[in-house]
Design a protein around this ligand. Sequence first.
Ligand code: GLY
Length: 358
Amino acid sequence: MTISRRQLLGTAAAATAVVKAAGAQKRPAPLAVSSANGLKAVELAVRRMQQGIDPLDAAIAGVNLVEDDPNDMTVGYGGVPNEECVVQLDACVMHGPTARAGAVASLEGVRNPTKVAKLVMETTDHVLLVGPGARHFASMNGFAVENLLTEKARKVWLFWKQNLSEKDKWLEPDAEHYDPELKAFIEEFGWDEFRKPKTGGTIHLSALDARGDLAGCTSTSGLFFKMPGRVGDSPIIGAGCFTDNEVGSAGSTGRGEANILVSGGHLTVELMRQGKHPREACLMTLERIAKTTREKRLLDAKGRPNFGIRFYAVNKRGDYGSASMYAFSSSGKRAQFAVADASGARREDCLFLFERPS
Ligand code: GLY
């Protein structure tokens, strides 16, 4: 495969040896692992677990920070809207100790879909509610229904619309006079995101408490400018998130369609069950995606997936890791993930399957 893969196998073998040497002495401490946008989220989740809070409540509290943050345009309030300029959110939660899960998809007007997902889990016989049904359920449970479209997100949508096609009546704005918020968006995500729907963003967070109990949750506003009603992997239990209290918890960010097709969250947990280190399990799931991506439109000139996708995982012993399809994004940013434990919150580099998109 790649140099990174060979290096990984060396590193993974060394890590396994260290773990074996530590044997039963290793004690799970509160630990949370998430996508890179969750630095504050993992920090809060660990703090909550140190106070004895259930790992799912801790995980949700962390993710709520990102859902509430209008500056994160891939999750919750301020998320980039769909092609009709409506913000539609997807989320799921999974609770290890009770082996239960809840999810919502295409939810409009409620900024914390993870909280609604938890209520689906706790107060209904169902796992997934969608669209107007999910919104009605949230509203009946006292959630405020509000406009989630920020001014910045509206400007981004308008700019996308104006640049969408030369065959419509919208004129492209003069590059000299781009709005500063728009310029900041283009700097962060790149011009390409206006041509091709974005597949990054999203937050996944998996948590392990001091008792060894696990939980996971995932939240997203989905693909930028997606078709109304499009649902990605984030609210799909077994894809965007999966937690087994005997083994570990895993989840994903990136191209949801690719993840759904391999049930990546579940696969990663099953690989950990077979003894794989979490980071190795994440990488093997990406290998599966690379192997099963066969449509030409989804491949680059070298036959590699032309999209970004990442997995994050923690096992019951407190080993954790993350892997990314590419080491660098198209804008040159190194793929990282966030982790917090007793020594604080930090970002670490993801393992990767391929170095750079071509
Ligand atoms: N992984 C987020 C999405 O595809 O919607």
